[in-house]
Design a binder for this molecule. Structure first.
Ligand SMILES: NC(=O)c1ccc[n+]([C@@H]2O[C@H](COP(=O)([O-])OP(=O)(O)OC[C@H]3O[C@@H](n4cnc5c(N)ncnc54)[C@H](OP(=O)(O)O)[C@@H]3O)[C@@H](O)[C@H]2O)c1
Length: 254
């Protein structure tokens, strides 16, 4: 039974592999047996994430690419296939936010958030899904948010992008399901990473309301997300597709 949760012999592509959730996700997928291609822009952070993957005995490949650059992603897919093998798992995790009120949110910033968070996932899926279709197997996991299903003031562009991401998955599951590919979205609450840990500690009023509305009474940790990521990537989750799986301590249950 435990074999059904393993990813041995598989290749996983993690976009935003240089970030807090991406690097932790890459390591978790590697610990489950997958070789990892880390896609992002920050060379130093990508290299550090690659070293962590190699430290658990898996192969790692760093590919510097913008998720908004179609040509770069197609080149990345070819390079990954040549060096690691064809991708079995795609974690569409790269993302940015722009916490502003509508009046302060310029069009170019709106476009950038939608471009990276939503169009980026579309482009990555276009780059990697054909190979999965040809081999009749694949797992696509989008990094959504509790804001994939609800809104929050000052998160206009982010909420729109993350809702779009969830529905991109819901639409694609019908197209890709017959080819043995599942597409799901992780709807995460605030996840404490190195980037926001200090902010969470020093600005309790900002995060206290989220904690207060959370059944389990705390913010998320990266391990809360990576456990679900590995599960959705695994053979055990083969009958789950088109879903947004909330990892939020019950926040969206209210
Ligand atoms: N932390 C949370 O509370 C939370 C909650 C729910 C959902 N999420 C989502 O989880 C994902 C990861 O967030 P995080 O907390 O780990 O943030 P993070 O540490 O800032 O990571 C973001 C990642 O996205 C990459 N990225 C951004 N723009 C890119 C672009 N144009 N092309 C390629 N890569 C790009 C960054 O890569 P480079 O630095 O190399 O450019 C970085 O690796 C995001 O989609 C975020 O919306 C986070």
């Amino acid at each position: 039974m435990t074999d059904r949760f393993r990813l041995d012999g598989q290749v996983a592509v993690v976009t935003g592999g240089s970030g807090g959730i991406g690097s932790a996700g890459a390591l978790a997928l590697a610990e489950a047996g997958a070789d990892i291609a880390l896609v992002g822009r920050n060379r130093g952070k990508l290299d550090a994430a690659a070293q962590a993957v190699e430290a658990v005995g898996r192969r790692a490949l760093v590919v510097r690419a913008e998720v908004t650059d179609e040509a770069a992603l197609n080149a990345a897919a070819a390079e990954i296939e040549a060096k690691l093998g064809p991708a079995d798992i795609l974690f569409n995790n790269a993302g940015i936010t722009s916490p502003k009120l509508l009046a302060d949110l310029p069009l170019e910033e709106w476009r950038r958030v939608i471009d990276v968070n939503l169009t980026g996932a579309y482009l990555c899926t276009r780059a990697f899904a054909p190979g999965m279709q040809a081999r009749k197997r694949g797992r696509i996991i989008n990094m959504g948010s509790i804001l994939s299903g609800r809104g929050m003031a000052t998160r206009t562009a982010y909420s729109a992008s993350k809702a779009g991401l969830a529905n991109l998955g819901a639409a694609l599951c019908f197209e890709l399901g017959p080819h043995g590919i599942t597409v799901n979205t992780i709807g995460a609450t605030v996840i404490v990473t190195d980037l926001n840990r200090e902010l969470v500690r020093t600005q309790p009023e900002l995060y206290g309301e989220v904690v207060r509305r959370t059944a389990l009474g705390r913010l998320g940790e990266v391990q809360d997300v990576t456990a679900v990521l590995v599960f959705l990537a695994s053979p055990a989750a083969g009958f789950i597709t088109g879903q947004t799986v909330y990892v939020d301590g019950g926040y969206t249950a209210g």
